[in-house]
Design a protein around this ligand. Structure first.
Ligand code: PMP
Length: 435
């Protein structure tokens, strides 16, 4: 009997004992190609000696100092490096221990900012259907995934949800991509007017939608229009890059490719790269100043935020992603992976869409390519694919829930950026065999 509380009561999971590069090994000697990097976490692969040295050096000198009393060299170095490479105008970094914590911090910071500037009547958030922002009650309240929200709805802070930018399913045959982007972005304006813009704090979205939809990028221009609407009604634009940030899409921040400037942005997953639990919420100087010059105190915090060991690991990770060229490699190898996916699945009768950016790719499964009808949920395609892939030595991230956050199936691929062409071929072969 295991005393670990498993995610699924009936799951019998292999015991992971070792990681090396793009592979994980279990206690029975089986190897698995880590085709989703956990869940878009392991951007550097497993067992990277540089990160291990950074962690060891940090533990040798300082394990922990509570941020209520002291800062640390590791936290300062990481925040400086992140601010240097953050989207324009973003220069303050709040360090936390994961993605949900980063989103919670963002929501609370946004609300407190509104109070500090005399807009305390603003209490509402708008987010999108088919989004995931975390599992804590605030983050879950903004997420658009129906089955995840359902049991907890009565006890959550409830955001309202507009349509995501989901070209494969939504763009009509007579619309240009630009017209389509404007049409869906304009749903934000309609929702603001419905709620009364003076009541709204901010709009929260993943630039490239990850877990709930399978690497769905926006069409060009969509986020520029979103920014215009946010500016017009003075609501904050909060981008959740917990999954798609940190080089995953081929640029350090995903939103760089959309020419959009957020007010607040969240990151996690790839920041710790699996070596340490860490996340961050970054905001503009204006937001920081409103609090610094107002109450002077952000009413938030967790014991482990800015943990020196996590920061030392993350600092070494970011150094490799930027100075070490791994973000550029994500772009380059992502193009290779895209070609390999089109070669293998481009004509597949049950693969409706192949999409994504960099090393962040998704396939959407359909029962019928012409009508785009999804599979019957009873068939449990995603769950079966996950099992079969593991039998074949591949970890990938299939999910059900592409359509309105409920029905439909996709698989998310997010391999480590260090993967070679041969390893990406192996990933695609194993996926094909499992499908
Ligand atoms: N936001 C996004 C976009 C995510 O994908 C996730 C995790 N899948 C989270 C937030 C929550 O992160 P965590 O699981 O580290 O709490």
């Amino acid at each position: 009997m295991t005393h670990v509380f498993p995610r699924h009561a009936k799951a019998k999971l292999p015991v992971a004992v070792r990681g090396d590069g793009v592979y994980l090994f279990d206690s029975e000697g089986n190897s698995y190609l880590d085709g989703s990097g956990g869940a878009a976490v392991s951007c550097l692969g497993h067992n990277d000696p540089d990160i291990i040295v950074a962690i060891k050096n940090q533990v040798d000198s300082l394990d922990f100092a509570h941020t209520g009393f002291m800062t640390s060299e590791a936290a300062e170095a990481l925040a400086t490096r992140l601010a240097l490479h953050a989207p324009e105008g973003i220069d303050r970094v709040y360090l936390v221990s994961g993605g949900s914590e980063a989103v919670e911090a963002a929501l609370k910071l946004a609300r407190q900012y509104m109070i500090e500037i005399g807009q305390s009547q603003r209490t509402r958030f708008i987010a999108r259907r088919q989004s995931y922002h975390g599992n804590t009650l605030g983050a879950l309240g903004t997420g658009g995934n129906i089955w995840r929200r359902d049991p907890f709805d009565p006890i959550m802070v409830s955001a309202s949800h507009i349509a995501p930018c989901y070209e494969y399913r939504d763009r009509t045959s007579v619309e240009t991509a630009e017209d389509y982007g404007n049409r869906v972005a304009n749903e934000l304006e309609a929702e603001l007017l419905r709620l009364g813009p003076e009541n709204v704090i901010g709009f929260l979205a993943e630039p490239v939608v990850g877990a709930t939809a399978g690497a769905v990028p926006p069409v060009a221009g969509y986020f520029r229009r979103i920014r215009e609407i946010c500016d017009k009604y003075e609501v904050l634009l909060i981008l959740d890059e917990v999954m798609c940030g940190m080089g995953r899409t081929g640029t350090f921040f995903a939103c760089e490719q959309d020419g959009v400037r957020p007010d607040i942005v969240t990151i996690a997953k790839g920041l710790g790269a699996g070596y340490q639990p860490i996340g961050a919420m970054l905001c503009s100087q204006d937001i920081y100043d409103a609090i610094a010059e107002g109450s002077g105190f952000f009413q938030h915090g967790h014991t482990y935020l800015g943990h020196p060991v996590a920061c030392a690991a993350a600092n070494a990770v970011v150094k490799k992603l930027i100075e070490g060229g791994l973000t550029a490699r994500s772009d380059k190898m992502g193009q290779y992976l895209e070609r390999a996916l089109f070669d293998t699945f481009g004509q597949h009768p049950h693969v409706g869409d192949i999409r994504g950016r960099g090393m962040f790719r998704g396939l959407e499964f359909v029962a019928d390519r012409d009508t785009k009808a999804p599979f019957d949920p009873e068939k449990q395609l995603a769950a079966r694919l996950k099992r079969k892939a593991m039998e074949n030595g591949l970890i990938c991230y299939p999910m059900s829930g592409t359509i309105d956050g409920q029905y439909g199936d996709h698989v998310l691929l997010a391999p480590p950026f260090i993967a070679t062409e041969l390893q990406l071929d192996e990933l695609v072969d194993k996926l094909s065999k499992s499908l």
